[in-house]
Design a protein around this ligand. Structure first.
Ligand SMILES: NC(=O)c1ccc[n+]([C@@H]2O[C@H](COP(=O)([O-])OP(=O)(O)OC[C@H]3O[C@@H](n4cnc5c(N)ncnc54)[C@H](OP(=O)(O)O)[C@@H]3O)[C@@H](O)[C@H]2O)c1
Length: 202
């Protein structure tokens, strides 16, 4: 398969890339890194990047920003960061991506455990993670040509504990190489409209 990985340089994306590149042709994408650059929050840049590398068999998104803050302090700008990137970035990627995928191709998006288990400062992330999971469940019913879409919902990643660990007191983490299996399952499997919850122990 020819697979585009958005966020390929990241903590999650680099392990997903490692898991897939031995058996597939992987194209790395990021905002400022990779063979192709695209800004997830800008639909024109998504279209331009996909048109450069199409046709594709799979698109994986391991990117999508969101703001963390107390609910009473969350500004409209902070909400918009996540709405434009985590939510509409991945919705736009799915809509535009369907034009550039071969029959039977797949799109794999990323949400997060906060959709199911709230944490302090996490209201925006919880809201937008939940929305992306419901989006995938719904849109899977009307994608054409056997195209599939799934979401991977990671718990906090072990390699990210130094940065995010304080937000997740008492949560079990997952090693990025184990998390990569959920992305592999979405890309190489047959399921669609699913959220693969990589939440073991939580
Ligand atoms: N790490 C965790 O514990 C965890 C848990 C649950 C969910 N998540 C979610 O999983 C996703 C990946 O997390 P991560 O920890 O691997 O992130 P990361 O290490 O910060 O890497 C982010 C990746 O996304 C790319 N990127 C950033 N902004 C972008 C944009 N506007 N358009 C396209 N690509 C962009 C970056 O590329 P450039 O450097 O080139 O910009 C980089 O490759 C995020 O949505 C995160 O919220 C993470």
């Amino acid at each position: 398969m020819k697979i585009l990985i958005i966020g390929a340089s990241g903590t999650i994306g680099s392990r997903v890339t490692a898991a897939l590149e031995s058996n597939h042709q992987v194209i790395r994408a990021g905002k400022d890194s990779g063979e192709v650059s695209l800004d997830l929050s800008n639909p024109e840049s998504i279209r331009q990047a996909l048109s450069q590398v199409a046709p594709l068999d799979a698109i994986v998104c391991a990117a999508g920003a969101v703001a963390f803050n107390q609910f009473d302090k969350l500004s409209r700008e902070e909400w918009d960061l996540g709405i434009n990137s985590r939510l509409m970035g991945q919705v736009n990627l799915t809509q535009i991506g369907t034009e550039f995928l071969n029959d039977g191709g797949s799109i794999t998006l990323t949400s997060g455990i906060i959709a199911d288990h709230p944490i302090a400062m996490g209201t925006s992330a919880a809201t937008l993670n939940g929305a992306i999971e419901h989006f995938a469940k719904a849109v899977a019913q009307e994608l054409p040509r056997g195209l599939r879409v799934n979401v991977v919902s990671p718990t906090v990643v072990t390699e990210s504990l130094a940065v995010y660990g304080d937000y997740f007191p008492g949560f079990h983490s997952i090693d990025a190489k184990d998390l990569a299996l959920s992305y592999l399952r979405s890309v190489q499997g047959i399921e669609t409209g699913q959220t693969f919850k990589a939440h073991a122990g939580n």
